[in-house]
Design a binder for this molecule. Sequence first.
Ligand SMILES: Cc1ncc(COP(=O)(O)O)c(CN[C@@H](CCC[C@H](N)C(=O)O)C(=O)O)c1O
Length: 425
Amino acid sequence: KRFSRSSPLLVASTPTASKQMTRVPRNPNLAKLEAGYLFPEIARRRNAYLEKHPTANIISLGIGDTTQPIPAHVAQKMAERALALATPEGYSGYGPDLGDPELRKKISERLYGGKVDIDEVFVSDGAKCDIGRLQMMFGPGVDIAVQDPSYPVYVDSAVIVGQTGTKNGSLYENIRYMTCLPENNFFPQLDKVPRADIIFFCSPNNPTGAAATREQLEKLVQYAKNNGSIIVYDAAYAPFIRDENIPQSIFEIEGANEVALECNSFSKYAGFTGVRLGWVVCPKSLQFADGSFVHKDFRRIFTTCFNGASSLAQAGGLAVLDDKGMQEVRRLTDYYLENAHILSSAMRDLGLKVFGGENSPYVWVQFPGRSSWDIFEELLERAQIVTVPGSGFGSGGESFLRLSAFASREQCLEAKSRLEKMFGK
Ligand SMILES: Cc1ncc(COP(=O)(O)O)c(CN[C@@H](CCC[C@H](N)C(=O)O)C(=O)O)c1O
């Protein structure tokens, strides 16, 4: 594949010191970031293994990157939009600041049942990018709470914008880590979490696969209200929810529009990880302590630091949200959920403690007393399977391994038999 992850070009080379030293001071926050960002490290280790064993048939259950083709009619719509750009009547340049109004309307109607206003929907180039922009808006003067373990961008972006102190051991000063373990059913004991201004909450959760129930989310919203906090609710895996009692959005909870905003993504809806399309719902009623409106500030950041999602990607998003597209989303996510079931039952049959994999494409496997990176290396060396070490998501992930269910069905079945051989079934 043209952009196969294994091509050496894509593995960042380390810069060499130049003779001419500049006098520009480095951002001191970047110096606080210890290791590199987690996912390029996974790719680096995978490529290093391939260099040593060029004929290895590696199966990737690591980076949560979709593998199934985009639905044909969605690709067709993007192609038509691209061809239209080559015509005088079809050409268009910069789009509307907050996204194609028709797409914003469809997101509101199809995904929120009209519960959110169209002008509360900000169409973007993806949820990860929105997290960065939200952090720019919040600035260095706030403190955050994160589920531990969780998607590394919440903590790393907090360090970069100056919301934290230095790292002591595996924890950054000034971050409230809300431990999520089997013991508390992967939902934090909120009454034991010190107040934080911003609460990053991802459900269905990456990496544990835990999906918060309505009752749990009502507690979370009440906790934020009691503490005057703002929830940044990351619902990137909502399309995997099958359990009726699991809300698809924080805005299904009464009063959430006074304490929460939501980021989401087309990445896992329809394989848009490379197309790049996401959105934020920022309620107009959300206010900062001084009474100013979050919506106003986010709009300022959005329009100042971002020039809008690609018109091609937005054309694709419109097709994803039509009736045919929503059926395709269901088919694709069912496919990945079946993969998750194959992987979770395989690991369970081997006597391992397994979590997640339902309402989520992530399977969370516990190896008590073992280092996550050692298990990662062992699976790579002995079974040529790439996973993600749980400790990469925080100290709460130590001794866990994350398996993603985005590989092909054949690869998941092959991984199952390799794991059975490896663990001696
Ligand atoms: C909870 C959550 N929120 C947002 C995202 C990214 O959404 P986006 O694609 O930007 O709309 C993700 C994607 N995470 C995956 C891909 C990681 C590797 C990608 N390079 C990245 O850094 O996001 C993973 O954990 O394997 C996520 O889990």
